[in-house]
Design a protein around this ligand. Sequence first.
Ligand code: BTN
Length: 262
Amino acid sequence: MTKSSDIDLTVLQNSPSPEGRKWYFLPETDSTNAEVIRRLSSHPSEEGLVVIADCQTGGKGRSGRVWHSAPGTGIYLSMLIQPNFSPERIPIVTLMAGLATAIAVNEFIPQPAQLKWPNDLLLNNKKIAGVLCEYHATKVPAVIIGIGINVNHTQFPDDIKDIATSLKLESGLETNRTTLIKQLVTQLDFQYSKLKNNKIQALIDNWTRHSDLFGKPIIISKGDQSITGKAVRLDNLGRLVVLNESGKEIVLDSGEVRIQRK
Ligand code: BTN
């Protein structure tokens, strides 16, 4: 099957892409990230591979959460990259993928969505997209970039309805998923080429321009710890630098950030 509703694999396959890219569309899978990981055992070297599903039955979110993946509405996409660097660089890959997502999504809405460290894209303080990167050490080390975008959803389950939104709910307009996927993959290719050329600072600067986090009072939860302070900047490893209440700069490599809005 190559086509389901508005996802048209033929259009995607005919769009300009790096040489040899393979595209797969699945009407349903457990998780596109899991799909890529399974495929690695028989196809260990397929840099650029893109797997898209119309629906996921076990969509993976960050911190073991489930990613709501209703059919016919969202974008559930994984891209395989096989860069020549170690797992310590994954936070930068997550930022790179978030940036690509923000730039692509913002072409479809009048008011820009904002990045929230480390992997969220928010619109009107609600989540519109998220990134989950997974490292897989096989013969050729691989990073699976998983991106979920809430596109044409008109409703969400009760447990997330107050914290999630979609392009449709925010703009009132239906978005063609094939067109958005094309933009997203074009942006991923572009930002990834910058990363491969070590343009880390440019990437971090660009990420910062697409975020309204900095200078704002925030609360970061990390395990049972909670830190209150102000987001200052990202360092060159993609970690969040926070000025805590005692006036000391602390550097965080993970955590759940909440912006304190007045
Ligand atoms: C998050 O914000 O918690 C990350 C969400 C990532 C969801 C995407 S959907 C496509 C890919 N496959 C998965 O199972 N998860 C990611």
